[in-house]
Design a protein around this ligand. Structure first.
Ligand SMILES: [Zn+2]
Length: 273
């Protein structure tokens, strides 16, 4: 995370769909604009996931005095608007406002674990704005009800919606997001982002053992392929040996590491079965 300063009248592009001046402070003074470098890539991801035609930033950067003025009694007070957050809404392809609820769920699907505020800001109508924050803190909240406290750890639970994950790769992506906070889009596709994470986060026998959802996922898949591992999420010697046996059977390098080649082979075989 890096805060970057821009001039007040800067209209240059930050990304394909966002310009610097969309983030400027609403106080009316012509001071600099500060934007965290992770904020715009996240907004692009949400925009794309929602198949949105446009994102309207209702509140972007706030200078300290403006923040003090507008964030009184607001859950988003303090630092989050000092370049780390926006209050915004998205339009669909017919330029209708996408409900904040869908935006919150999209962020959750993206594995976004930082602040998300449902129906925040201004005069929240039935669709509302959404507060999107990249400052690392776990906070999912409903600002139309409670302005100060965290209200849920999952918007799916909060809205009473069952999360539908279809496909083995979606399950793997969810396991990776849970294990490493790697923010993969749950799209059930083993694309470049997924492959990068599979390379970055490898499983192997070590002390203390890996213990996470990724290990559990591997154990479940190997069991589907005929192994009889205890599904406990610990990468111990039994799991390591099963991986080696599996690698040998697929003519892969037998090293007990679950890296890109091994996970690719497992996913492929489970999909085909
Ligand atoms: Zn200002």
């Amino acid at each position: 995370m890096t805060l970057v300063k821009y001039k007040y009248n800067d209209t240059s592009k930050l990304s394909e769909h966002f310009k610097v001046n969309e983030f400027k402070c609403k106080c009316g003074k012509d001071h600099d604009i500060i934007i965290d470098n992770e904020l715009v890539p996240l907004l692009e991801k949400v925009r794309s996931k929602l198949n949105s035609k446009a994102c309207n930033i209702y509140s972007g950067y706030r200078c300290p005095s403006h923040n003090k003025k507008v964030s009184k009694n607001n859950a988003t007070n303090g630092y989050s608007h000092s370049g780390y957050a926006v209050d915004c809404y998205f339009l669909d392809q017919n330029r209708k406002r996408i409900p904040s609820r869908n935006v919150c769920l999209a962020l959750e699907d993206l594995g976004h674990k930082c602040g998300i505020g449902y129906r925040c800001g201004g005069s929240a109508n039935s669709t509302g704005n959404t507060h999107i924050d990249v400052k690392s803190r776990k906070w999912y909240g409903d600002e139309s009800i409670s302005m100060n406290e965290s209200c849920c750890i999952s918007f799916y639970d909060y809205f009473g919606i069952e999360k539908i994950i279809t496909g083995i790769i979606a399950e793997w992506q969810t396991a990776m997001n849970n294990s490493y906070n790697c923010k993969l889009v749950i799209d059930n596709s083993f694309g470049p982002d997924s492959q990068n994470q599979a390379t970055k986060y490898q499983l192997y026998l070590k002390n203390p053992q890996f213990h996470n959802d990724y290990v559990l996922f591997i154990q479940k898949q190997l069991n589907k392929l005929g192994y009889t591992l205890k599904e406990d999420g610990y990468f111990g010697s039994n799991t390591s040996n099963a991986v080696k046996t599996y690698q040998k059977s697929k003519n892969l390098k037998v090293d007990g590491y679950v890296g890109l080649n091994t996970i690719t082979a497992i996913l492929k075989e489970v999909v085909e079965n």
